[in-house]
Design a protein around this ligand. Structure first.
Ligand SMILES: Cc1cc2nc3c(=O)[nH]c(=O)nc-3n(C[C@H](O)[C@H](O)[C@H](O)COP(=O)(O)OP(=O)(O)OC[C@H]3O[C@@H](n4cnc5c(N)ncnc54)[C@H](O)[C@@H]3O)c2cc1C
Length: 627
């Protein structure tokens, strides 16, 4: 039994699992300590991965060599590419997953990762040494009284620190339904000087679908040609998809829910933590949109072999009797049986401005925070932070440079930069609107953006690298074909008619046709025999065709966005020395000085994104730092 590690990861949620596998795969002797080994990467809420902007993050995790994309694909029971009707920058993959299988696959992955050991226990204390005036973490102590030593610790305790669950006026301690809360760490960290806060989130009722009349609902099937998250070729899209259903509330349902408002922990002030505005409970929705006569809900299966369904949109902490009575008034729910009611949970988090871009804390060296404890919400946001913390913890041990993704490189870069630079005032989830360079940060090109970096870091193995190189070369050759081939008007006149596009008056390059609205490269394959032959001869698959189509169609926008990104990148290159005392610059506002001192930006670019630092302040900094 080993008690001395390079890295200890505390918490086996989405952040912890990615952090532990990344560190171990990079060769670090790693220990993952988690409270319950049967619940690795448990989906505390919705049994789904991806969605708008979150789907892009999962593709990025996969492109870098992380695990979430693969495990999602292997446990998918329904796949949909959201926002297909919008521009390619908005296309977002989303998978409904078999929740139990997802967790079991994670356990299998963890158990089969070399250099990784697992320990089931609760960490109640961090060991912090004082090394020449610097505070450095050197291990953990568990509830069972075991001491493990390590050179770095990654804390990923999710919703468990000081977790308090609410249903009506009842409240109980817990990290989520069925799990104990974790105590001791917040208190210790606050004593060390960390600032902590409280946040809140909630989850809906779980239902036995045999008690419902499914014929009363609108069925929602997955995509006819489902895709997947992982860029690995051996991973195949889901075959037997499960349907979801659309359900609507009514005025009667709302009236019944309102009878519980006097016992609502949210409205009666029992819940003090800040909740997510964009993911409101049903009672919140009734208050905010008082005139709305109905709300849409999604009934989603929790797995392939279970009758448990999740009622998306009906998150609530009203008394369980009120939740049941309201459900019975929904058409098709008259005889509803529930497995458990919805509830809300409050937990401790640490404002993430206390971290550097590597997710290392500024107060204690080699201590990293990742996931929900940084004020984020969502499995994908957590997994992305875990991956980056795992990578950076190992690199620091080896004296290698840190890996910080920029805002024009990845949504993960946007996520971490937002957290450490701007902080959070409510649970942070990713939206496409948070990214300045959406057309560069697409789901289809996550591999082009990040797989070479993943290879350099050491997480992209030979198989992934070969897949990548092959795809890249096929995409290049197809692109060359599209830019070189001249289409005769007669070849596509029927097709152009069918999509209401003007006829060609003379031969035109295929790229000039693809660029048109309503025209699709996929559909052209059936009309241009040379294109069909080229694709068949080179065995080019759908992913490659899609990527080429997007790059050709949006080439103008892509080039423009690249140019803007490059211009702004120059500000990122102007470094600010570590520990610089901004109070010395008296020509900037007091507010800017205070904020700069607190955040300690490392570049002028980062300084420019701190709320309260104005363009005028940045001009002064530019002069000061030599430009
Ligand atoms: C009731 C509820 C509702 C939610 N609703 C939503 C939602 O609507 N939308 C959304 O995007 N997200 C929601 N979430 C959040 C989502 O579950 C998290 O964002 C995600 O799971 C965070 O991942 P994580 O790895 O940071 O932490 P978690 O998944 O919470 O994992 C934490 C892990 O740490 C372990 N742990 C904790 N403390 C210790 C300790 N001291 N020692 C050892 N191990 C420890 C736990 O056992 C667990 O394995 C909800 C969560 C809950 C509980």
């Amino acid at each position: 039994m080993r008690f001395d590690y390079d890295i200890i990861v505390v918490g086996g949620g989405h952040a912890g699992c990615e952090a532990a596998t990344a560190a171990a795969r990079l060769g670090a002797q790693t220990l993952l300590v988690s409270m319950d080994m049967t619940k690795y990467a448990s989906m505390s809420c919705n049994p789904a991965v991806g969605g708008v902007a979150k789907g892009q993050i999962v593709r990025e995790i996969d492109a870098l060599g992380g695990q979430m994309g693969i495990i999602t694909d292997l446990s998918t029971i329904q796949f949909r590419m959201l926002n297909r009707s919008k521009g390619a920058a908005m296309w977002s993959p989303r998978a409904q997953c078999d929740k139990a299988h997802f967790s079991a696959l994670w356990r299998q992955t963890l158990e089969n990762t070399a250099n990784l050991k697992l320990w089931q226990d609760s960490v109640c204390q961090l060991i912090i040494d004082n090394q020449e005036g610097r505070r450095v973490v050197s291990g953990v102590v568990t509830r069972m009284g075991v001491t493990f030593r390590a050179k770095a610790v990654i804390l990923t305790a999710g919703t468990f620190l000081g977790g308090l669950m609410h249903i009506g006026r009842n409240s109980a301690e817990g990290g989520r339904a069925g799990d104990s809360a974790s105590h001791g760490l917040t208190e210790q960290l606050v004593e060390l000087g960390f600032e902590a806060g409280r946040m809140k989130t909630g989850t809906p009722v779980r239902i036995d679908c045999r008690s419902l009349d499914l014929t009363k609902f609108e069925r929602q099937d997955g995509d006819e040609e489902p895709q997947k998250f992982s860029f690995l070729k051996k991973i195949q899209p889901v075959e037997n998809q499960r349907p979801c259903y659309l359900v609507y509330t009514s005025k009667e349902v709302h009236d019944t829910l309102r009878t519980g408002f006097n016992d609502s922990p949210l409205f009666q002030g029992l819940i003090k933590g800040i909740g997510p505005r964009y993911c409101p409970s049903i009672e919140d929705k009734l208050r905010t949109f008082a005139d709305k006569e109905f709300h849409q809900l999604f009934l989603e299966p929790e797995g392939a072999d279970t009758n448990e369904y999740y009622l998306n949109g009906f998150s609530s902490s009203l008394p369980w009797q009120v939740q049941c009575a309201a459900l019975e008034q929904i058409e098709g729910f008259e005889n509803v049986d529930i497995y458990r009611p919805g509830y809300a949970i409050e937990y401790d988090y640490f404002p993430p401005t206390q971290l550097t871009h590597t997710l290392e804390t500024k107060l204690v060296e080699s201590l990293y925070f990742a996931g929900q404890i940084n004020g984020t919400t969502g499995y994908e946001e957590a997994a992305a932070q875990g991956l980056m913390a795992g990578i950076n913890a190992v690199r620091k041990l080896r004296g290698e440079g840190s890996v910080v993704l920029s805002r024009n490189e990845a949504y993960i870069g946007v996520l971490i930069d937002d957290l450490v630079t701007k902080g959070v005032d409510e649970p942070y989830r990713m939206f496409t609107s948070r990214a300045e360079y959406r057309i560069l940060l697409r789901q289809d090109n996550a591999d082009v953006r990040l797989t070479p970096l993943g290879r350099e870091i050491g997480l992209v193995d030979n198989e992934r690298w070969e897949n990548f190189e092959q795809k890249k070369s096929l995409a290049e050759s197809l692109k060359n074909f599209v830019y070189a081939y001249g289409v005769a008007p007669s070849e596509i006149s029927d097709y152009l008619n069918s999509v209401n596009s003007a006829q060609l008056s003379q031969k035109k390059k295929l790229s000039e046709v693809v660029i048109r609205n309503n025209v699709s490269l996929f559909e052209l394959i059936d009309h241009i025999s040379a294109l069909k032959k080229f694709i068949a001869a080179n065995n080019i698959d759908r992913e490659v065709i899609e990527q080429v189509e997007i790059e050709v169609k949006y080439s103008g926008y892509i080039e423009r966005e690249k140019a803007t990104a490059e211009k702004l990148q120059r500000l990122e290159e102007i470094k600010i020395p570590a520990g610089f005392d901004f109070q010395r610059i008296t020509s900037i506002t007091i507010e800017a000085r205070q904020k700069l001192c607190r955040i300690q930006p490392t570049t002028i670019g980062q300084a420019s994104r701190i709320p309260g630092v104005s363009p005028a302040d940045i001009n002064v900094l530019l002069i000061y730092f030599g430009r």
